[in-house]
Design a protein around this ligand. Structure first.
Ligand code: AMP
Ligand code: MG
Length: 410
């Protein structure tokens, strides 16, 4: 059996995944999807000069040296609510009442907020005054959002591969883009395997455990922007595993993901079932936890077999599967955010690339990392309460307290 480094295993897996075809959907259905083409601004944003305050549009020169002791008096010749355009031309000595977002009138080159005038009245329905007194001078351009200040027509607003966050959807809406071209969402068939597994609502009996991996992995798949088709738990026999694989193939998923049954145990039938209509590479990856990793295809569909131990399955997902799903979804290389943290205690390792669950917290401006509980690969409680995975590089057997290392935020 091959012994691979984490990065070699990752490269081999990623080489088998390409972005999925694209589809076009209404903007409202695009949250968290990945943009498949560059989007250009078809207009300047904002598309017209407008006021950023409720106030008065003026000629800046008319306000020079204004103060509350010696205010400048102006005649109000127009009233401009948001959504309308005034035909008034603001001449010397004149002003227009203007609302936030309203179109600047010709002739004016600054806005005085209401609070800097004697008309600090924003009650609904209040009529514009005939005259106002200005208490402060305004510079040319004050409180004007000028045309194109956010983005110019023809510039790239969002690049292909950009995740459509709520902010990005807002930008597309501002640009008037109602239908968006995105990558198809990856579909993942997920199954567990083992005669010991029970559904979450079944009472435990001797020797049995609840199937926790299917819940954890379905959550991880979703967090990676993909859809899960749950195929339950296969039994430890050839025909059960084979039937489950056939169901995955029938569903024409983009990835088949399983946990357990890929070590070298006498009851591990995943390899045989996969090879009945596909192929499987079985690797030992030089990592801890999560050493056994299966990778192959079944009827042309990529297959990744994670270890059964829950902590190992989690680390395997983060080390390999998240990025594969990112590539399918058009997002590209996506691992968890990596940060530098300082070890609060000495950490021992066995020389394999190790992923240890930890709690990191800020102390006096430094992120300190504390290991959380027992690192055994069956212990979900400590993992569930951690907020980081510390990465101990291959070849390192001891990290002294105070040393900085990389960590993934989980
Ligand atoms: P295996 O890879 O089949 O040898 O399983 C390794 C360990 O993971 C065993 O202790 C299994 O009971 C456990 N395990 C396997 N599948 C699951 C699962 N879906 N949920 C929780 N534990 C599991
Ligand atoms: Mg098993």
């Amino acid at each position: 059996m091959t012994l691979l480094s984490v990065s070699d295993a990752r490269a081999r897996i990623l080489a088998q995944f390409q972005p999925l075809p694209t589809e076009s959907l209404p903007l409202a259905d695009c949250l968290s999807r990945i943009l498949a083409e560059d989007v250009f601004a078809i207009d300047d944003l904002p598309s017209f000069d407008n006021s950023s305050m409720d106030g008065f549009a003026v000629r800046a020169a008319d306000t020079a040296e204004a103060s509350s002791a010696s205010p400048r008096r102006l005649r109000v010749v127009a009233d401009i609510p948001a959504g309308s355009v005034s035909t008034a031309l603001i001449a010397a000595g004149e002003a227009a009442r203007i609302m936030t977002g309203a179109h600047m009138p010709v002739g004016a080159d600054a806005v005085i907020p209401v609070e800097d005038t004697d008309f600090d009245n924003r009650d609904a329905g209040a009529l514009a005054p005939e005259r106002i007194e200005i208490f402060k001078p305004a510079a040319v351009g004050a409180y004007i959002r000028s045309r194109g200040m956010d983005i110019h027509r023809g510039e790239v607003a969002l690049r292909a591969g950009h995740p459509l966050t709520p902010r990005a959807l807002g930008l597309l809406a501002t640009l008037g883009i109602a239908v968006v071209t995105i990558y198809r969402k990856p579909r993942v068939a997920l199954f567990s395997s083992g005669d010991e597994l029970l559904e979450v609502d079944a009472p435990l009996s001797p020797g049995k455990i609840h199937d926790s991996n299917s819940y954890m992995l379905a959550g991880l798949i979703r967090s990676a922007g993909a859809e899960t088709l749950k195929l339950g738990a296969a039994k430890d026999n050839f025909s059960s595993v084979k039937a489950t694989l056939d169901e995955a193939a029938r569903l024409q998923v983009d990835l088949i993901l399983s946990s357990a049954g890929v070590s070298v145990g006498a009851y591990d039938f995943v390899k045989a079932a996969l090879e009945s209509d596909g192929s499987m590479d079985f690797w030992r990856v030089n990592m801890r936890p999560g050493k056994p990793l299966a990778f192959g295809t079944y009827r042309g569909i990529p297959f990744i077999g994670l270890p059964g131990n829950p902590v190992s399955a989690f680390v395997g997902f983060e080390a390999f599967v998240r990025e594969a799903l990112g590539k399918l979804s058009g997002l590209g290389g996506t691992r968890r955010q990596e940060v530098r943290v300082r070890c609060a205690e000495e950490i021992r390792s066995d020389g394999r690339e190790s992923y240890l669950h930890a709690s990191i917290q800020e102390e006096n401006g430094v992120w300190q990392a504390y290991l959380t509980g027992h690192q055994g690969s069956g212990n979900l409680s400590a993992l569930a309460n951690a907020n980081a995975l510390l990465i101990i590089p291959a070849g390192v057997k001891c990290v002294p307290a105070g040393q900085e290392i990389n960590a993934w935020l989980i």
